[in-house]
Design a protein around this ligand. Structure first.
Ligand SMILES: C[S@@+](CC[C@H](N)C(=O)[O-])C[C@H]1O[C@@H](n2cnc3c(N)ncnc32)[C@H](O)[C@@H]1O
Length: 288
Protein backbone atom coordinates (compact mmCIF):
# COMPACT_ATOMS: atom_id res chain seq x y z
CA UNK A 1 0.00 0.00 0.00
CA UNK A 2 1.33 3.42 -0.98
CA UNK A 3 1.40 6.01 1.77
CA UNK A 4 -1.17 8.43 0.36
CA UNK A 5 0.07 11.65 1.98
CA UNK A 6 0.43 13.57 -1.27
CA UNK A 7 -1.40 16.81 -1.99
CA UNK A 8 -1.59 19.23 -4.93
CA UNK A 9 2.03 20.10 -5.80
CA UNK A 10 1.39 23.73 -6.83
CA UNK A 11 -1.01 26.60 -6.23
CA UNK A 12 -3.67 27.01 -8.85
CA UNK A 13 -6.52 29.35 -9.63
CA UNK A 14 -9.79 27.57 -8.81
CA UNK A 15 -7.89 24.91 -6.83
CA UNK A 16 -10.26 22.71 -4.83
CA UNK A 17 -7.97 21.94 -1.91
CA UNK A 18 -10.11 23.67 0.75
CA UNK A 19 -13.46 22.64 -0.71
CA UNK A 20 -13.31 18.87 -0.67
CA UNK A 21 -15.80 18.42 2.18
CA UNK A 22 -18.35 20.51 0.31
CA UNK A 23 -17.93 18.43 -2.82
CA UNK A 24 -17.88 15.04 -1.10
CA UNK A 25 -19.72 15.47 2.21
CA UNK A 26 -17.91 13.36 4.86
CA UNK A 27 -21.13 11.68 6.02
CA UNK A 28 -21.82 10.46 2.47
CA UNK A 29 -18.46 9.77 0.87
CA UNK A 30 -18.94 8.37 -2.62
CA UNK A 31 -22.06 6.19 -2.45
CA UNK A 32 -21.12 3.95 -5.39
CA UNK A 33 -18.21 1.87 -6.64
CA UNK A 34 -16.26 2.46 -9.84
CA UNK A 35 -13.31 1.03 -11.72
CA UNK A 36 -12.16 4.08 -13.66
CA UNK A 37 -11.66 7.66 -12.55
CA UNK A 38 -11.49 10.55 -15.02
CA UNK A 39 -10.50 14.14 -14.26
CA UNK A 40 -10.41 16.01 -17.60
CA UNK A 41 -9.75 19.49 -16.08
CA UNK A 42 -6.95 18.53 -13.74
CA UNK A 43 -5.40 21.89 -12.75
CA UNK A 44 -3.31 21.21 -9.65
CA UNK A 45 -5.05 17.88 -9.06
CA UNK A 46 -6.27 19.00 -5.62
CA UNK A 47 -9.50 16.98 -5.82
CA UNK A 48 -7.71 13.85 -7.05
CA UNK A 49 -5.15 13.95 -4.22
CA UNK A 50 -7.95 14.41 -1.67
CA UNK A 51 -9.63 11.29 -3.05
CA UNK A 52 -6.32 9.45 -2.66
CA UNK A 53 -5.83 10.73 0.91
CA UNK A 54 -9.30 9.47 1.78
CA UNK A 55 -8.69 6.08 0.14
CA UNK A 56 -11.60 6.69 -2.24
CA UNK A 57 -9.12 6.02 -5.02
CA UNK A 58 -6.34 3.47 -4.76
CA UNK A 59 -4.25 0.93 -6.66
CA UNK A 60 -7.36 -0.89 -7.86
CA UNK A 61 -8.59 2.01 -10.02
CA UNK A 62 -7.56 3.06 -13.49
CA UNK A 63 -7.01 6.79 -13.32
CA UNK A 64 -7.05 9.25 -16.23
CA UNK A 65 -5.82 12.77 -15.47
CA UNK A 66 -5.99 15.36 -18.21
CA UNK A 67 -5.58 19.08 -18.82
CA UNK A 68 -5.31 21.13 -21.98
CA UNK A 69 -2.33 23.12 -20.63
CA UNK A 70 0.79 21.38 -21.81
CA UNK A 71 3.18 23.08 -19.35
CA UNK A 72 1.00 21.89 -16.47
CA UNK A 73 1.12 18.29 -17.67
CA UNK A 74 4.88 18.69 -18.16
CA UNK A 75 5.16 19.74 -14.52
CA UNK A 76 3.30 16.61 -13.38
CA UNK A 77 5.50 14.39 -15.56
CA UNK A 78 8.61 16.01 -14.12
CA UNK A 79 7.46 15.42 -10.57
CA UNK A 80 6.50 11.87 -11.47
CA UNK A 81 9.83 11.01 -13.12
CA UNK A 82 12.41 13.22 -11.39
CA UNK A 83 11.09 14.18 -7.93
CA UNK A 84 14.55 14.51 -6.38
CA UNK A 85 16.10 16.69 -9.05
CA UNK A 86 12.93 18.82 -9.21
CA UNK A 87 13.12 19.29 -5.46
CA UNK A 88 16.74 20.44 -5.76
CA UNK A 89 15.90 22.84 -8.60
CA UNK A 90 12.89 24.30 -6.81
CA UNK A 91 14.92 24.85 -3.63
CA UNK A 92 17.62 26.60 -5.70
CA UNK A 93 15.00 28.87 -7.29
CA UNK A 94 13.47 29.54 -3.88
CA UNK A 95 16.85 30.64 -2.48
CA UNK A 96 17.51 33.03 -5.35
CA UNK A 97 13.92 34.20 -5.81
CA UNK A 98 13.55 37.93 -6.47
CA UNK A 99 11.59 40.17 -8.80
CA UNK A 100 14.33 40.11 -11.42
CA UNK A 101 14.46 36.32 -11.49
CA UNK A 102 10.66 36.04 -11.65
CA UNK A 103 10.28 38.34 -14.67
CA UNK A 104 13.29 36.80 -16.38
CA UNK A 105 11.77 33.31 -16.16
CA UNK A 106 8.35 34.61 -17.16
CA UNK A 107 9.83 36.25 -20.25
CA UNK A 108 11.85 33.18 -21.18
CA UNK A 109 8.73 31.01 -21.01
CA UNK A 110 6.78 33.59 -22.97
CA UNK A 111 9.36 33.93 -25.70
CA UNK A 112 8.54 31.13 -28.11
CA UNK A 113 11.89 31.62 -29.87
CA UNK A 114 13.63 30.29 -26.82
CA UNK A 115 13.71 26.59 -27.37
CA UNK A 116 13.20 25.32 -23.88
CA UNK A 117 13.15 21.60 -23.33
CA UNK A 118 10.20 19.91 -21.58
CA UNK A 119 12.01 19.84 -18.25
CA UNK A 120 12.73 23.58 -18.35
CA UNK A 121 9.12 24.34 -19.29
CA UNK A 122 7.73 22.25 -16.43
CA UNK A 123 10.11 23.79 -13.93
CA UNK A 124 9.45 27.37 -15.10
CA UNK A 125 5.71 26.68 -14.82
CA UNK A 126 6.04 25.41 -11.24
CA UNK A 127 8.18 28.37 -10.22
CA UNK A 128 5.79 30.92 -11.76
CA UNK A 129 2.77 29.22 -10.16
CA UNK A 130 4.45 29.52 -6.78
CA UNK A 131 5.19 33.21 -7.05
CA UNK A 132 2.48 34.73 -9.23
CA UNK A 133 -0.59 36.55 -7.95
CA UNK A 134 -3.18 33.96 -6.85
CA UNK A 135 -1.14 31.26 -8.60
CA UNK A 136 -2.79 32.22 -11.83
CA UNK A 137 -1.87 33.49 -15.20
CA UNK A 138 -1.26 31.99 -18.53
CA UNK A 139 2.51 32.08 -18.40
CA UNK A 140 2.74 32.03 -22.14
CA UNK A 141 0.80 35.32 -22.25
CA UNK A 142 3.38 37.52 -20.71
CA UNK A 143 1.27 40.28 -19.16
CA UNK A 144 -1.17 37.98 -17.40
CA UNK A 145 1.40 36.80 -14.86
CA UNK A 146 2.47 39.19 -12.12
CA UNK A 147 4.64 38.57 -9.09
CA UNK A 148 2.94 38.47 -5.73
CA UNK A 149 4.36 40.39 -2.82
CA UNK A 150 5.50 39.23 0.61
CA UNK A 151 8.33 37.02 1.77
CA UNK A 152 8.43 33.30 1.17
CA UNK A 153 9.77 31.83 4.40
CA UNK A 154 8.94 28.20 3.65
CA UNK A 155 11.12 26.16 1.35
CA UNK A 156 9.34 24.06 -1.31
CA UNK A 157 7.97 20.88 0.21
CA UNK A 158 10.30 18.24 -1.24
CA UNK A 159 8.60 15.43 0.73
CA UNK A 160 5.41 16.24 -1.11
CA UNK A 161 7.10 16.03 -4.53
CA UNK A 162 8.28 12.55 -3.52
CA UNK A 163 4.81 11.58 -2.30
CA UNK A 164 3.17 12.86 -5.50
CA UNK A 165 5.69 10.90 -7.53
CA UNK A 166 4.90 7.74 -5.55
CA UNK A 167 1.19 8.10 -6.25
CA UNK A 168 1.69 8.82 -9.96
CA UNK A 169 4.06 5.85 -10.34
CA UNK A 170 2.48 3.38 -7.93
CA UNK A 171 -1.14 3.87 -8.94
CA UNK A 172 -2.53 3.08 -12.34
CA UNK A 173 -2.36 6.68 -13.61
CA UNK A 174 -2.36 7.99 -17.17
CA UNK A 175 -1.59 11.69 -17.72
CA UNK A 176 -2.71 13.33 -20.95
CA UNK A 177 -2.88 16.74 -22.56
CA UNK A 178 -6.07 17.01 -24.62
CA UNK A 179 -9.36 18.77 -24.92
CA UNK A 180 -12.00 17.32 -22.59
CA UNK A 181 -13.84 16.27 -25.76
CA UNK A 182 -11.30 13.49 -26.27
CA UNK A 183 -12.11 11.83 -22.95
CA UNK A 184 -13.92 8.51 -23.50
CA UNK A 185 -17.21 7.65 -21.86
CA UNK A 186 -17.08 4.28 -20.19
CA UNK A 187 -19.18 2.23 -17.81
CA UNK A 188 -18.49 1.82 -14.08
CA UNK A 189 -16.61 5.11 -14.10
CA UNK A 190 -16.52 8.28 -12.02
CA UNK A 191 -15.89 11.66 -13.66
CA UNK A 192 -15.05 14.87 -11.83
CA UNK A 193 -15.41 18.00 -13.96
CA UNK A 194 -13.97 21.31 -12.85
CA UNK A 195 -14.00 23.38 -16.05
CA UNK A 196 -13.29 27.10 -16.33
CA UNK A 197 -16.41 28.59 -14.75
CA UNK A 198 -19.18 30.23 -16.69
CA UNK A 199 -18.81 33.93 -15.80
CA UNK A 200 -16.47 33.13 -12.94
CA UNK A 201 -16.52 35.42 -9.95
CA UNK A 202 -13.45 37.29 -8.83
CA UNK A 203 -12.86 39.32 -5.67
CA UNK A 204 -13.73 42.35 -7.81
CA UNK A 205 -17.07 41.11 -9.15
CA UNK A 206 -18.04 39.07 -12.18
CA UNK A 207 -15.86 38.76 -15.18
CA UNK A 208 -17.17 37.61 -18.51
CA UNK A 209 -16.89 33.99 -19.55
CA UNK A 210 -13.50 32.52 -20.21
CA UNK A 211 -12.49 33.20 -23.81
CA UNK A 212 -10.96 29.76 -24.11
CA UNK A 213 -14.08 28.03 -22.74
CA UNK A 214 -17.25 29.51 -24.17
CA UNK A 215 -20.94 28.69 -23.98
CA UNK A 216 -20.63 26.04 -26.69
CA UNK A 217 -17.99 24.29 -24.55
CA UNK A 218 -20.33 24.41 -21.54
CA UNK A 219 -23.14 22.90 -23.66
CA UNK A 220 -20.86 20.18 -24.98
CA UNK A 221 -19.74 19.33 -21.47
CA UNK A 222 -23.40 19.04 -20.42
CA UNK A 223 -24.01 16.64 -23.35
CA UNK A 224 -21.06 14.59 -22.15
CA UNK A 225 -22.63 14.44 -18.68
CA UNK A 226 -25.86 13.15 -20.26
CA UNK A 227 -23.94 10.37 -22.01
CA UNK A 228 -22.16 9.44 -18.79
CA UNK A 229 -25.52 9.25 -17.08
CA UNK A 230 -26.92 7.09 -19.87
CA UNK A 231 -24.19 4.45 -19.54
CA UNK A 232 -24.79 4.27 -15.78
CA UNK A 233 -21.55 5.99 -14.74
CA UNK A 234 -21.35 8.85 -12.25
CA UNK A 235 -20.27 12.45 -12.56
CA UNK A 236 -19.71 15.38 -10.24
CA UNK A 237 -19.29 18.86 -11.68
CA UNK A 238 -18.33 22.26 -10.26
CA UNK A 239 -19.30 25.53 -11.90
CA UNK A 240 -20.50 29.01 -11.06
CA UNK A 241 -23.92 29.40 -9.51
CA UNK A 242 -25.45 31.28 -12.42
CA UNK A 243 -28.89 31.05 -13.97
CA UNK A 244 -27.31 29.63 -17.11
CA UNK A 245 -25.70 26.73 -15.24
CA UNK A 246 -28.82 26.09 -13.17
CA UNK A 247 -30.85 25.95 -16.37
CA UNK A 248 -28.39 23.69 -18.17
CA UNK A 249 -28.29 21.10 -15.41
CA UNK A 250 -31.86 21.47 -14.15
CA UNK A 251 -32.63 17.73 -14.31
CA UNK A 252 -29.69 16.79 -12.08
CA UNK A 253 -29.06 17.04 -8.38
CA UNK A 254 -27.63 20.46 -7.52
CA UNK A 255 -26.39 22.25 -4.44
CA UNK A 256 -24.64 25.51 -3.74
CA UNK A 257 -22.10 26.87 -1.32
CA UNK A 258 -20.10 29.95 -0.70
CA UNK A 259 -16.53 28.87 -1.17
CA UNK A 260 -15.03 28.22 2.25
CA UNK A 261 -18.10 29.50 4.10
CA UNK A 262 -20.00 27.18 6.41
CA UNK A 263 -23.21 28.21 4.69
CA UNK A 264 -23.68 24.90 2.99
CA UNK A 265 -26.82 23.67 1.25
CA UNK A 266 -26.84 19.89 1.07
CA UNK A 267 -27.49 18.02 -2.17
CA UNK A 268 -31.18 17.80 -3.03
CA UNK A 269 -31.91 21.40 -2.08
CA UNK A 270 -32.43 23.04 -5.43
CA UNK A 271 -31.07 26.58 -5.40
CA UNK A 272 -34.14 28.76 -5.07
CA UNK A 273 -32.65 32.23 -5.21
CA UNK A 274 -31.86 34.36 -8.19
CA UNK A 275 -28.25 35.24 -8.66
CA UNK A 276 -27.00 38.28 -6.76
CA UNK A 277 -23.54 39.34 -5.70
CA UNK A 278 -24.05 38.16 -2.11
CA UNK A 279 -25.41 34.71 -2.87
CA UNK A 280 -23.43 31.48 -3.18
CA UNK A 281 -21.00 31.54 -6.03
CA UNK A 282 -20.37 27.79 -6.32
CA UNK A 283 -22.80 25.38 -7.95
CA UNK A 284 -22.30 21.62 -7.70
CA UNK A 285 -24.07 19.14 -9.94
CA UNK A 286 -24.12 15.37 -9.78
CA UNK A 287 -26.11 12.41 -11.07
CA UNK A 288 -26.13 10.40 -7.85
C1 LIG B 1 -10.88 25.50 -12.66
S1 LIG B 1 -9.37 24.83 -13.32
C2 LIG B 1 -9.27 23.27 -12.50
C3 LIG B 1 -8.76 23.42 -11.09
C4 LIG B 1 -8.50 22.08 -10.40
N1 LIG B 1 -9.72 21.38 -10.09
C5 LIG B 1 -7.69 22.28 -9.12
O1 LIG B 1 -8.12 21.90 -8.02
O2 LIG B 1 -6.57 22.83 -9.22
C6 LIG B 1 -9.83 24.44 -14.98
C7 LIG B 1 -8.76 23.72 -15.79
O3 LIG B 1 -9.33 23.36 -17.06
C8 LIG B 1 -8.31 23.43 -18.06
N2 LIG B 1 -8.99 23.54 -19.37
C9 LIG B 1 -9.51 24.65 -19.96
N3 LIG B 1 -10.11 24.35 -21.13
C10 LIG B 1 -9.98 23.01 -21.29
C11 LIG B 1 -10.39 22.08 -22.30
N4 LIG B 1 -11.07 22.49 -23.37
N5 LIG B 1 -10.11 20.77 -22.13
C12 LIG B 1 -9.42 20.34 -21.04
N6 LIG B 1 -8.97 21.18 -20.05
C13 LIG B 1 -9.26 22.49 -20.17
C14 LIG B 1 -7.48 24.64 -17.66
O4 LIG B 1 -6.18 24.55 -18.18
C15 LIG B 1 -7.52 24.55 -16.13
O5 LIG B 1 -6.36 23.88 -15.65
Amino acid sequence: MIQPKAYAPFRYMGGKNMLFDYLVPPNEGLPFTFNKYYEPFLGSGAFFFKLVQNDMINERHRIYLNDIRSELIEAFLLIKNYPKSISREMVKLWKTHCQKQFYKIRNILHNQENELNDKQIGLAFMYLQRYSVMGLGNHTVVDSTRIRGGRDKHAPNCDNYLAVSKVLNGYNVELSCNSFRKIPITQKSFYYFDPPYWRASTPYGYKSESKSFNLQDQYDLKKMCDKIDKVGSKFLLSNSNTEMMQYLFKYYNMWTFKGTSTNYHPPGNKPSHKWSADSHPELMVRNY
